[in-house]
Design a binder for this molecule. Structure first.
Ligand SMILES: NC(=O)c1ccc[n+]([C@@H]2O[C@H](COP(=O)([O-])OP(=O)(O)OC[C@H]3O[C@@H](n4cnc5c(N)ncnc54)[C@H](O)[C@@H]3O)[C@@H](O)[C@H]2O)c1
Length: 338
């Protein structure tokens, strides 16, 4: 099979730290060209990855290069259009999160991806963390009984300075939202992945510390269709603390702490009727995996001809939960997801 010809749209941090290195180390892939309006990114990418064809406008890249797949690594507001155009050309697409900024765009992309019949994957990298993969297996095995509560917390000090190439994350137009959208979207996808579809959302979303026009902290509660409950905390103002997930099931719990490790607490019932807790620790860091696995998975999906698990529907559902959370915060009412 010939090498897959790929390009990235956007050459900033996530392209340089995840997508391009992932493609560069995969023997089945050739990085053909990249698009980014900022020419400072071109020389960085040329130096690091040996790419020598660049375009300012993604449309010129798509017009001029014969490609099999693209990674969309631009600021959030551009994802919907760029993904739509790439799908229209029959390309496989790995689209960074959030997939779109509106429900309408999400629905349009769902139709476009179904029509294109190519691989459409959303960059839900958390699903590739060992702790999450193990948790999914344990939940599916049924050994902990019915899950009834999930808590997810993702927080750090904010994407800029320190991560992103500039401060577009704090611009409501380019980003479409703040910490709630940026970090929450990963949490909402994980919640759906582990517990199933969400029916109702309530949220408090605030800008507590940062002098920015988007939110820097949020708390979101979720009601799942299966009756379980969830809550999500996200923030852009935290030094390291708890990051990860806690899952509570009828006969045991999973504590997936990205910093200190993963443990399963299950119970053995004593004659008295009380439970004796048994704790098992897992021999890996729960956030290992992630980015190391994600890119090979995308390429495998294309080569083996199967759809990515974190597909366009997963992308759309996560967007709908995030938008419901913003609506709930605005109206101070719970919002039902239709
Ligand atoms: N999956 C993850 O864990 C993860 C982590 C970080 C960022 N992301 C996502 O990746 C995307 C990019 O974030 P980043 O951290 O790399 O930001 P960044 O600022 O480092 O890079 C963005 C790049 O896009 C370029 N750009 C601007 N307008 C463009 C356009 N119209 N077309 C193409 N390129 C354009 C900029 O010049 C810049 O080089 C965001 O959607 C973000 O949410 C995902």
């Amino acid at each position: 099979m010939a090498k897959l010809r790929v390009a990235t749209i956007g050459c900033g941090s996530i392209a340089q730290v995840l997508h391009l290195p992932g493609y560069a180390k995969n023997p089945n892939v050739e990085i053909v060209a990249c698009a980014d309006p900022d020419q400072r990114r071109w020389s960085e990418v040329q130096k690091k990855f040996g790419v020598d064809r660049f375009y300012k406008d993604y449309a010129d890249l798509l017009d001029n290069e014969a490609l099999d797949a693209v990674s969309i690594c631009s600021p959030n507001a551009f994802h919907a259009e760029q993904a739509y155009v790439a799908l229209g050309l029959g390309l496989h697409v790995l689209c960074e999160k959030p997939m779109t900024l509106t429900r309408k765009e999400a629905d349009i992309l769902v139709s476009a991806a179904r029509k294109a019949k190519t691989v459409f994957m959303v960059g839900f990298s958390q699903r590739f963390c060992h702790g999450i993969i193990e948790a999914k297996k344990i939940l599916e095995s049924g050994k902990l009984g019915d899950p009834f509560m999930i808590r997810i917390r993702f927080a750090h000090e904010g994407p800029y300075p320190g991560w992103a190439k500039d401060d577009w994350f704090y611009d409501p137009k380019a980003a479409g939202g703040g910490a709630m959208l940026d970090m929450g979207i990963h949490a909402f996808d994980l919640a759906r992945h582990l517990f199933g579809d969400v029916k109702k959302v309530s949220a408090s979303v605030k800008t507590i510390f940062k002098p920015i026009k988007v939110d820097d902290n949020a708390v979101v509660t979720l009601e799942f269709k299966n009756g379980a409950l969830g809550y999500v905390e996200v923030g852009w103002t935290s030094l390291p603390g708890f990051n990860g997930a806690e899952i509570y099931c009828r006969h045991g719990n999973l504590i997936i702490d990205y910093t200190t490790g993963m443990r399963m607490i299950s119970g053995r019932q004593l004659k008295s009727g009380r439970h004796k807790a048994v704790t098992k620790t897992f021999p890996f860091r729960p956030n290992e995996g992630g980015w190391d696995i994600e890119m090979d998975y995308f390429i495998d999906c294309i080569r083996q001809g199967y759809q990515a698990e974190m597909d366009v529907v997963a992308g759309a559902e996560a967007v709908k939960i995030a938008l419901a959370a913003y609506e709930s915060a605005r109206t101070s009412k719970a919002v039902t997801i239709k």
